[in-house]
Design a protein around this ligand. Structure first.
Ligand SMILES: NC(=O)c1ccc[n+]([C@@H]2O[C@H](COP(=O)([O-])OP(=O)(O)OC[C@H]3O[C@@H](n4cnc5c(N)ncnc54)[C@H](OP(=O)(O)O)[C@@H]3O)[C@@H](O)[C@H]2O)c1
Length: 313
């Protein structure tokens, strides 16, 4: 067997393992949720978000499926409702602050709060081997600032509970700080982003804003930014850093008001984002997100996962 065949065999074996994972029940979870447990999923009209909403609803939760477009969101919700699942729809564009505010007010009035937030909404304009930064600002604004908008709007709505609330950010391995090709060139900056003691919202914002400024003035290629899917990788690097920062900030909340926040990479998934290429199905891509959202172990916060295992930032 040559090198190429061996690598193909390894990939196939890995794919089988991932498929198997989905058949494993949440046996490591003590069931803490009920039909009153309310989960919000962003960008849930299709792809991984739709599947996360689907799988959470299958576990018996109340799911608020959100979408920036009313018609497709309502259609997706109908599909799940017709399957007998407890899913409701509300419009939500994570970059539009008035939409976020309207949504938060509606949640407050109708549900009094939430227990789970899954920040799934995201965009990526790169395909194949291209590395376009044409839409860099939009990518950073949606993937990072959109996630932040939702966390800030939803934390005040988190219901007090002994089991704690959960936030899951759908991220990507491309946003790793120490990826082989995707590391930040400036070692000091990388170390500051790595060390939770030097990490701050101001530092993360400053980093992504500097990248966007360099894209605008054409100097970004010399900026030492990640080399693959640069804008998307920067947006997810920021999501990962913000996850760790929030975990630290939320850790001193009193018992009964705890919020556990983690992020995960769904793998390379066959969705619109990848042009339906990729190794895994949306069902498999959703699996670790749902597993994390329902995790009973309250010591897990500020971590990065893939395929139900912790990985390095
Ligand atoms: N597919 C992969 O291989 C892969 C790998 C790693 C990470 N991810 C992450 O997984 C998440 C889901 O991606 P996907 O693969 O399922 O892609 P997708 O099928 O393109 O779905 C993306 C979803 O995000 C929504 N969205 C985009 N901008 C939004 C906004 N401003 N407000 C609200 N919703 C918005 C989209 O809504 P519209 O339908 O209106 O556009 C769509 O519902 C993303 O965060 C992505 O970065 C995906």
């Amino acid at each position: 067997m040559n090198k190429k065949e061996r690598s193909k065999e390894r990939r196939e074996k890995r794919r089988e393992e991932i498929s198997l994972l989905r058949t494993i029940p949440y046996s490591d979870h003590q069931k803490w949720w009920s039909s009153d447990t309310t989960a919000v999923v962003t960008g849930a009209n299709r792809g991984i978000g739709f599947e996360i909403a689907h799988q959470l609803a299958l576990q018996g939760l109340t799911v608020i499926l959100t979408s920036r477009d009313n018609a497709v969101g309502e259609e997706a919700t109908k599909v799940l409702q017709e399957g007998g699942l407890n899913v409701v729809f509300h419009q939500l564009d994570v970059v539009d602050l008035s939409s976020v505010k309207l949504f938060a007010d509606w949640v407050q009035q109708n549900y009094g709060g939430i227990d789970i937030l899954v920040n799934n909404a995201g965009i990526n304009f790169n395909q194949g081997s291209e590395n376009s930064v044409e839409f860099a600002e939009q990518v950073i604004v949606t993937n990072y600032f959109g996630t932040k908008n939702m966390i800030k709007a939803m934390i005040p709505l988190v219901r007090p509970s002994a089991s704690g609330a959960r936030i899951v950010n759908v991220s990507s391995r491309l946003g790793r700080l120490n990826g082989r090709r995707n590391r930040i060139g400036d070692i000091t900056l990388r170390q500051q982003l790595e060390d939770v003691d030097t990490l701050s919202e101001e530092l993360i914002d400053r980093t992504v804003n500097k990248f966007v400024e360099q894209v605008k003035d054409g100097s970004w290629t010399a900026g030492g930014w990640p080399q693959t899917y640069t804008d998307y990788s920067m947006s997810k690097l920021a999501v990962n850093a913000y996850t760790r920062l929030m975990a630290k900030m939320l850790s001193d909340r009193p018992e009964g008001q705890k919020v556990h926040i983690n992020c995960y990479c769904p793998g390379w998934v066959k969705t619109a984002m990848t042009g339906w290429e990729g190794h895994t199905s949306p069902e498999e891509g959703a699996d670790t997100g749902v597993w994390l959202a329902l995790l009973s172990d309250q010591s897990v916060s500020g971590k990065f996962f893939a395929e139900r295992r912790e990985i390095n930032f």
